[in-house]
Ligand binder design. Structure first.
Ligand code: SF4
Length: 366
């Protein structure tokens, strides 16, 4: 598959951000491999935007690995305090992320990050889906994306960071690289993220979901549902033609939620498509005994130029939410952060300046 082609590596060298301490040791690290890993993966110890490595280690590392990071090339602040960001990869392609600071009680920051350049899933309401897939991100690019964002915008400590893989791409389409990146993110000598601080959002790629269920560390799972009948879901989310709602529900049963874990369900409300009271009833039925183990986010569609779908009226949104609450569901109506800059779910890519410039949109549609 074209998007499985590896990204061009500079001089054939592996990305420094994809290497574990044992890889650094195997490459002949002249000092402590663990300390070198620590200095690479903790941006709050960096100086002038780069890891503070001694000259000997830096010289050695530059000979065995690629130390370049994705470059932050655009920032678009939103009225709600979030910022949509564009990053340029080594081959000039662009990915997007959203920075969402939480000011309520502590300085926590959530980043919505990308796992692919574009997306092959083709959801008809989604701006990223309309650009097709260009390629997977490698593990070092996923890590590099996070570290470059932290170095530029914080937070100052790993434990203040939360990551959601809801940016460009279907993360489970790039499972190997995604999971290597998760293992690196959770490494106690690096950022040390708890697995509960990482959420992977899927459109329902059951084959990947079933593999991820068995992997350690296992992140939290979010699922874009968006319809309550196979007919409607297959119309807007082609993945449903392969793994329908019943099969998806079966995969969730097999996931085996652990103590304290919950699924997050995202339901983008589209006027006249999936916002009837009958839809709300079917959604509650489908959740079944998961009703006590989920957060259900209702997200009124963020309209964009590539789609004719429209956002429902407010009273319709409220009626939908009330019916689900009456059935015991944990419902939040989410006004997506970044809405005014088109950085919310399914909205990346389409802003005039961001994302599209070098991506040859549509030329390698998956
Ligand atoms: S909603 Fe997600 S899976 Fe679907 S096309 Fe958009 S980015 Fe891909």
């Amino acid at each position: 598959m074209p998007w499985d082609r590896p990204a061009p590596e500079r001089g054939g060298l592996p990305s420094a951000w994809s290497l574990f301490p044992e890889d650094l040791a195997a490459l002949g690290c002249p000092g402590s491999a663990l300390e070198t890993f620590r200095r690479l993966h903790r941006p709050w110890t960096w100086q002038d935007g780069a890891p503070a490595l001694g000259p000997g280690i830096r010289r050695w590392l530059e000979g065995v690995a690629d130390l370049s990071l994705p470059r932050l090339v655009e920032q678009q602040p939103s009225e709600d305090g979030s910022t949509k960001l564009a990053l340029e990869l080594g081959d000039g392609k662009r990915i997007e992320a959203v920075h969402m600071p939480r000011r309520v009680r502590n300085p926590r920051v959530t980043y919505c990050v990308s796992s692919q350049v574009g997306c092959a899933m083709g959801c008809t309401f989604c701006a990223t889906g309309s650009m097709g897939i260009l390629r997977n991100l490698q593990a070092g690019e996923i890590l590099g994306q996070v570290l470059a964002l932290m170095a530029a915008l914080g937070p100052d400590r790993g434990h203040e960071l939360t990551l959601v893989f809801m940016g460009m791409g279907e993360p489970l389409h790039n499972l190997e690289n995604l999971h290597r990146a998760i293992r690196l993110l959770c490494h106690e000598s690096g950022l040390g993220l708890g697995k509960g601080r990482i959420t992977v959002s899927t459109a329902g790629l059951v084959s990947g979901l079933e593999k991820l269920a068995l992997m350690e560390p296992r992140p939290l799972l979010a699922l874009s549902l968006n319809a309550t009948t196979d007919e409607a879901r297959s119309r807007t989310m082609p993945v449903n033609r392969v793994w329908n709602l019943a099969r998806l529900r079966e995969a969730l049963d097999r996931w085996g939620l652990r103590r304290g874990e919950k699924f997050t369900f995202e339901y983008v409300l589209i006027a006249g498509e999936n916002d009837t009271e009958a839809d709300a009833e079917r959604l509650a039925d489908w959740l079944g005994d998961l009703r006590s183990a989920h957060n259900l986010n209702l997200i009124p569609l963020n309209e964009h130029d590539a789609s004719t779908f429209r956002t429902p009226e407010e009273d319709r949104v409220q009626a939908f939410a009330q019916r689900l609450k009456a059935r015991g569901c944990f419902v939040t109506v989410r006004r997506s952060r970044g809405r005014d800059i088109q950085g919310a779910c399914g909205q990346l890519v389409k802003a005039p300046g961001l994302g599209r410039k070098d991506n040859e949109v549509g030329q390698e549609r998956g």
